[in-house]
Design a protein around this ligand. Structure first.
Ligand code: AKG
Length: 274
């Protein structure tokens, strides 16, 4: 983390983290992907994950991927980005420091697939908002997209519109997410080409989406979304308590930063990662 990271993140709304994960973790994550049952239907479960494709075109998307195999647990507080996401989305210096993971997705995209354009600063949701005030970042959600395969020309790269997290006007050609508009030719959008093991870190309020994959084969990415500790799961996914109990304390705190307090329980400790 450097002054340059702060400057570039503020300017563009994203950073590229080269060689974020090592060869060994990359291989183990890909082995988990190899084992996914490809005939899983939307709504079906695999281990603790549920297939829930965002749209019919996004392809195979396993939500709660963090519960789908040990290597996914290592991504929760991975040193390549954990300090950065805490810095940008963890309400540093407030009375509630720390991050919560809101969604974890394992995504496989094949030829023809894409993720429609969405977000941008104009009338954006608070949940994904970009925030900085008095020198402290206060982002509502910062995403990590980790490439498990090389993502170059024709591979369906994520595209971003640099600086759009601060837009005060709607993009005149911004499409309709529900209609599934593609962002391939959106003026201002640039593809983020990644080598396997690289990661894209960006504020969710940045206008972004996945370009159309035209090559054969698969694009494989893992997406983890981080926000403040008081946030909630977008879809209401809950964790199995035994599974949670087996995690390191730091990882457990990221997935369940504010455990429920039930009648008869002692006073809860002050939440937050101090
Ligand atoms: O699949 C992609 O490249 C983009 C994913 C995306 O837009 C999202 O998860 O919000």
């Amino acid at each position: 983390m450097s002054e340059l990271d702060d400057f570039m993140f503020d300017l563009n709304g994203y950073l590229i983290l080269k060689d974020a994960v090592d060869e060994d973790l990359l291989r183990r994550l890909n082995a988990e992907f190899d084992a996914f049952p490809r005939d899983l239907g939307r709504g079906d479960w695999y281990r603790g994950g549920q297939r829930r494709d965002y749209t019919p075109e996004t392809g195979f998307e396993l939500h709660q991927a963090v519960t789908a195999g040990r290597p996914f647990e290592e991504l929760i507080d991975h040193p390549a980005w954990f300090d950065l996401v805490r810095h940008f989305a963890g309400e540093e210096g407030s009375y509630l420091p720390g991050v919560y993971i809101d969604e974890t997705i394992a995504s496989i995209r094949e030829s023809g697939g894409h993720h429609p354009v969405h977000s941008g600063g104009y009338r954006g949701a608070l949940r994904g908002s970009y925030g900085v005030s008095h020198g402290a970042f206060r982002c509502g959600q910062v995403n990590i997209i980790l490439a498990l395969t090389d993502i170059g020309e024709g591979d369906g790269a994520t595209m971003v519109v640099p600086g759009s997290h601060k837009s005060n006007f709607p993009h005149p050609l911004n499409g309709d997410y529900a209609r599934g508009d593609r962002m391939d030719a959106l003026p201002g959008a640039v593809p983020v080409h990644l080598a396997a093991g690289d990661a894209l870190l960006f504020v969710d309020g940045l206008m972004h989406g996945g370009s159309t994959r035209t090559n054969s084969g698969e694009r494989r990415v893992v997406i983890y979304r981080y926000g403040p500790i008081w946030a909630a799961s977008r879809y209401g996914y809950a964790y199995d308590e035994t599974w949670l109990g087996a995690l390191t304390e730091r990882r457990r705190r990221v997935l369940l930063p504010v455990p429920p307090v039930r009648v008869g329980d002692p006073c809860p400790a002050e939440p937050g990662d101090r």
